[in-house]
Ligand binder design. Structure first.
Ligand code: SF4
Length: 316
């Protein structure tokens, strides 16, 4: 079991441009990469510890101190987003962390979770403290769940769906259900129809369709054309939408503008040049300067995906 300790890359990152959340100040509360799933599309890479055991990973006070100092530096965000390098509901201090964030700031709190532990009453109770919960549902049956999400042995699609249905009954905030589509696996009309039936039972406020716009854990997982995603959104109906583009770059004099900040962003996920500009509030020229420097130091790699170049840190 991992004992509480410090996170060498820090707990807070961003604000990063989020296609859903605007400027999202991220809190990473699970080390890379501990998760209940090992999704083929994961942008963080393969799961190294597949686990369903909740535990303390870090000292909550250290996380809060870092958050306080970011906010004191004048950083602005549309959401404080709990998520990061693994499944955040595996952190048994999730509920107390949200309580403490409420004491520091009025910025809304979002949780990005794969939803697999929502069958547990303690996890549901802790997640109800957030303003917005973004869970996932990428499959409607055991076979597709296994192919897309490669779950831990004690996680089933039935548990996932019943946890989501139960959570909707208990949570009065917003639920935006993400459906990540992997071409040829969960995109057929039959698969989509089965997912639609689960969505009808879950009753989220929104359904958001996503696909691999960034390099995925497995090769060959590609972004799906907008027209196809829109056709699938129409099939699901209701409040289903295709997740849009990142917000425009903005310059904020309080944001830091160093190679270290770029590196900190890239440690969490691959980013395009535009992501970096918007995430740390630098011009395109400044971002190019930092990227060139980091490439020359062999600190990062570049990779093409869907016609866009993404930058990421080198694997350890
Ligand atoms: S995409 Fe999310 S749920 Fe899936 S393996 Fe990566 S961190 Fe875990």
């Amino acid at each position: 079991m991992t004992e509480p300790g410090s996170n060498p890359v820090g707990y807070i990152y961003g604000p990063v441009p989020s296609r859903r959340l605007g400027r999202s100040l991220g809190i990473d509360i699970v080390p890379a990469k501990i998760c209940t799933l090992d999704c083929v599309y994961c942008q963080i890479g393969r799961t190294t510890e597949k686990s369903t055991v909740r535990r303390k990973f870090f000292d909550v006070q250290a996380v809060l101190d870092e958050l306080k100092s970011k906010l004191a530096a004048g950083i602005e965000a549309d959401y404080i987003t709990i998520g990061g390098s693994g499944e955040p509901t595996l952190n048994s201090q999730l509920g107390s962390l949200i309580d403490c964030i409420r004491d520091i700031t009025s910025i809304p709190v979002a949780i990005i979770t794969n939803g697999t532990l929502l069958y547990r009453p303690d996890v549901r109770a802790e997640c109800t403290k957030a303003d917005l919960v973004i869970p996932s549902l990428d499959a409607a049956d055991a076979e597709t769940f296994r192919r897309v999400n490669r779950p831990a042995p004690d996680i089933s699609i039935e548990k996932l769906v019943s946890g989501l249905v139960q959570f909707r009954q208990e949570f009065h905030g917003q639920i935006w259900l993400e459906v990540f589509l992997v071409d040829g696996v969960n995109t057929s009309p039959d698969e989509v129809e089965k997912i639609r039936q689960h969505v009808e039972c879950i009753r989220p406020d929104r359904v958001q369709l996503n696909s691999a716009v960034r390099p995925a854990a497995e090769p060959g997982i590609e972004a799906i054309a907008r027209e196809r995603l829109e056709a699938i959104a129409r099939q699901i109906g209701g409040h289903c939408e295709v997740v849009g583009a990142a917000p425009e770059a903005r310059t904020d004099r309080h944001m830091l503008r160093t190679c270290a900040d770029v590196l900190s962003m890239l440690k969490r996920r691959p980013c395009s040049l535009e992501d970096i500009c918007a995430g740390i509030g630098v011009t395109r020229n400044e971002a190019v300067k930092h990227i060139t420097q980091l490439l020359s130091e062999n600190a990062i790699l570049s990779e093409r995906q869907g016609g866009v170049t993404y930058y990421c840190t080198r694997p350890d």
